[in-house]
Design a protein around this ligand. Structure first.
Ligand SMILES: *Cc1c(COP(=O)(O)O)cnc(C)c1O
Length: 482
């Protein structure tokens, strides 16, 4: 098993990142490499300002409209988080400040924020300790899988496989595969949860870990986690919790209490950072006591004299997974958010997120096929299968929602639901906003019967009707023309 980054104490500029001697330009096909200087426009400040203001108005976000993107928890980010994250003392910190390594005056506050957030997450998740370094959920999964590999290597276990349910987020098998494990997929049963008997069939001594999303990506709680953990622990396997859906269980369930050994949390989902389009993010990884020594470096520690410091001297650590705390702003927002809400507030977050999802599920289930008709957690999954008879597909329903002013829900995920429509309203929306969305969805289901062509040719209100998404992503010539 090869670890991604080399281990060792960093030099002054940070981690030992792998070096590539291939210049970036040589990876770009010759015909696309610029031969002369770009023709940059000469504009006044006012013109530049109008240009960017115009662009910002074209933006679609939670601050402007309902954004029920399932699995992404696109909740409103209270503006106090933004305000605190812009405090000068934080914004002007430079990662190369020598004090950062030795806990000096300028950096004590930031280190304390990282330390305190780590402590709060450990309490919320029931874990012994978190690393605050991973820069996204998927990065957290990779970190977790590296920890799993380090644990088994240490114990001399011969482990080759990681089990994931077929409803899992694509990053789960991807992270496991990058660490060199083969993936064993277990089907979900008719209740939308992992099939326990099928799990038992594939469990053997070579299983390094099971990665379960809690609650799962169908918005359902897996009722057999304790049983699965017990069986897995008998072969010294580790239970990994994909905690991207923590928004449903804050203050209700602690993954560490029900058998999970390690997990990641998406701060940018559960703990309110505006995200989408690739960042910024933070995917801290929490572990139980026996895995603490493998956590990546550095860790923020509190010394006996009450000061804080970055600790690098950890011989069993998996090493570096990020050179600096470039995600500090996200951690700070999460800290502010948790302190602002407190324990009672966090519990209400989950209760309202679950209530809102169930409200939508009940109101829409006569119009759209519900994937699993039972109480859901913070998101509900429909199928557009009833609408297909008129030639209307889920993608058409999603595009039509744009005409009504809504961001489409997640579609065609989870993969195991045909024509999936996955709606996550979050706790931050009012009943009025939910009702508007529900009535748009009902209207579209009627349109699918009476005017299917209209739905198929939507959106009609945007400058470009439909992008050819495949070509846009894959056809270089088209990209450059755009
Ligand atoms: C979002 C998500 C991830 C990946 O998190 P990123 O921060 O986007 O890398 C993993 N699993 C689930 C279930 C998710 O919803």
């Amino acid at each position: 098993m090869k670890l991604i980054f080399e281990k060792g104490v960093p030099d002054r500029v940070g981690a030992k990142l792998p070096k590539s001697d291939v210049p970036v330009s040589s990876k770009i096909p010759e015909k696309y490499v610029r031969k002369e200087d770009a023709q940059l426009p000469e504009v006044s400040e006012l013109e530049a300002m109008r240009h960017y203001t115009e662009l910002s108005r074209r933006n679609f976000g939670v601050d402007t409209n309902f954004y029920p993107l399932g699995s992404c928890t696109m909740k409103y980010n209270p503006k106090i988080d933004e305000e605190v994250s812009r405090y000068q003392g934080f914004v002007e910190l430079h990662p190369l400040l020598p004090q950062l390594r030795h806990g000096g005056m300028l950096t004590q506050g930031a280190l304390q924020v990282i330390y305190n957030t780590e402590r709060l997450l450990s309490e919320i998740a029931g874990m012994a300790e978190f690393t605050m370094q991973p820069l996204a959920g998927a990065h957290g999964e990779l970190t977790g899988t590296m920890i799993i590999a380090a644990y088994h290597k240490d114990k001399g276990n011969k482990k080759t496989k990681i089990i994931v349910p077929d409803s899992s987020h694509g990053t789960n098998p991807a992270s496991a595969a990058i660490c060199g494990y083969s993936i064993v997929s277990v089907p979900s049963n008719s209740d939308g949860v992992i099939d326990y008997d099928e799990f038992l069939k594939v469990l053997d001594n070579e299983v390094a870990a099971v990665m379960l999303t809690c609650p799962n990506t169908l918005g359902l709680f897996e009722p057999q986690i304790k049983k699965i953990a017990q069986k897995l622990h008998e072969v010294d396997g580790l239970m990994y919790c994909d905690g991207a859906n923590m928004n449903a269980i804050l203050g209700k369930v602690r993954p560490g209490d029900i058998g999970f050994d390690l997990m990641h949390i998406n701060l940018h989902k559960t703990f309110a950072t505006p995200h989408g389009g690739g960042g910024p993010g933070a995917g801290p990884v929490g572990v139980v006591e026996k895995l603490k020594k493998y956590l990546p470096i550095s860790l923020v520690v509190k010394r006996n004299d009450g000061t804080y410091a970055l600790e690098y001297d950890r011989p069993s650590s998996i090493g570096f997974i990020a050179p600096f705390y470039g995600n500090f702003g996200v951690i700070l927002k999460a800290y502010c958010y948790i302190l602002m809400l407190g324990k009672e507030g966090l519990i209400r977050v989950s209760e309202n997120a679950v209530l809102n999802a169930n409200y939508i599920k009940e109101k829409l289930k006569n119009y759209y096929q519900i994937a699993y008709d039972k109480t859901c957690m913070h998101e509900c999954v429909f199928s557009g299968s009833r609408q297909i008879k008129n030639g209307v597909h889920t993608v058409d329903i999603a595009k039509r929602l744009i005409d009504y002013g809504f961001h489409p829900p997640t579609i065609y995920f989870p993969l195991i639901v045909k024509e999936a429509i996955m709606i996550e309203p979050t706790e931050t929306e009012t009943k009025e906003a939910l009702d508007e969305f529900i009535s748009a969805m009902i209207k579209i289901s009627e349109e699918a019967q009476t005017q299917p062509e209209l739905v198929k040719n939507s959106p009609t209100t945007t400058p470009v009707s439909r992008l050819d998404e495949v070509s846009a992503a894959k056809d270089m010539d088209l990209c450059y023309k755009l």
